[in-house]
Design a protein around this ligand. Sequence first.
Ligand code: ADP
Length: 485
Amino acid sequence: MPMKVLFVSSEVFPLIKTGGLADVSGSLPNALQRLGVDIRILIPGYPAVLNQLADLKSIGTLHHLPHIDHAELLLGIIKETKVKVIVIKSAALYERNGGPYADPNGLEWQDNPVRFGVLSKVASILASEHSPITDWHPDIVHCNDWQTGLAPAYMKLTEHSRAKSIISLHNMAFQGSYAPHWVVSLGLPSAGFSIEGFEYHGQLSFLKAGIFYADAITTVSPRYAVEIQTAAFGFGLEGLLSQRSDEIKGILNGIETEEWNPEHDKYLIKNYSSQNLAGKQEVKAALQQSLGLNVDAAAPLLGVVSRLTHQKGLDMLVPHLQTLIDQGCQFALLGGGEMGLEALFQNIAIQNPGRVSVTIGYNEPLSHQIMAGCDMFIMPSRFEPCGLNQLYGLAYGTPPIVNATGGLADSVIDSNNAHIANKTANGFVMVEASADGLMACIRRAVEMYRNNKDTWLQIQKTGMSQNLSWDKSAQEYLAVYEGLV
Ligand code: ADP
């Protein structure tokens, strides 16, 4: 009998995406399905989800959920991957304009504890004897991040589920901490509101609940699994994580090689491969043209696609960017987030017409074009649970320039002499997480790009020929599931 897995996530590509969590939640279930796992995703019924799923049909109704009278369960299928999806349809909770976590002005939805409390509760019910779905009972409930963190608590404390739970930590910075009155109103037993439970500094913490009650914990890179057990990266939960150290496994994310592949990327005017990189020059020229940059094949073009937040470390680029531009580099940024940082970059663009392009917003096609058309990709994150963009950079022959943390440290091998000699070098790793450290690293890359074309090509090809697909990671998740049941 194939293993049955309920994969619970608040965002799943291509249905709805704000970041890497969606990429993982789109790809990993698909890869597990290829391995023979009988998997279903559970997701809230946001308008984008209801609109995009094929063959939606009702499979039951749940009553007496926290704060809402009932919710309908729909079963649909993702057209691209044929993965089955269970959707929680509740007009009151999920059918509104705006993003999954915030309104169109970027303000967090006030009822997020209910919206994601219900997501967690439904997951636990589907893993219990009271599930309205009678012909499919999961062996494993695979939770992701704080939005699903209450599911392991409900499974253990209120639904007494026999299924095992696992929580994957994609980013410890987001914890879902709310006022204590939510404990009762979300139907959690007040006995759990303690250090040995879901209480954290007087608040109800969704993430702590997940970490405390789940049967297994995974992180999205091996390095991050170690880092989060320290005060610098654990966001206050390092003590609990250290206690559960033996149950934490780091599994590096893969990338969706159908979606992110320069050989058949539909957003590029020309496709290319590690055998023939000529097309990359054409993509670069087209990108320079469309962004209003001077079309100049020789100018090192530095790229960024990122949320603009403290985590991503791009403020470290600001002090020296003008110097790099004055030395003949070009810069293309796509992203959005903190308004101060957006304004800083926009200002640099205004002062450097033809040499700096800054696009604020979310743009899937442009993200592919920057990844392909740039010569190097900059990602100086202060912490990075896994990071996908550096993996895309590797696949697209756009060597990443990264800080030595989390998944960046696990995937980027610095182009020092030893690594060049043994042909493992695939990018550039900062020695120090500072503006000067980043500048020194970019200088090294630019110098090599300009003066050592053969080595540059070797670095590009090393990244492009790596197996970055999900298949290996999915095997590791399957091994975690098998260890639990
Ligand atoms: P995080 O999840 O922390 O934001 P990751 O590197 O893990 O960072 O994943 C980010 C994902 O979101 C990537 O697929 C990246 O291409 C995408 N992304 C980020 N910002 C934008 C944007 N402004 N437009 C399009 N895609 C974006």
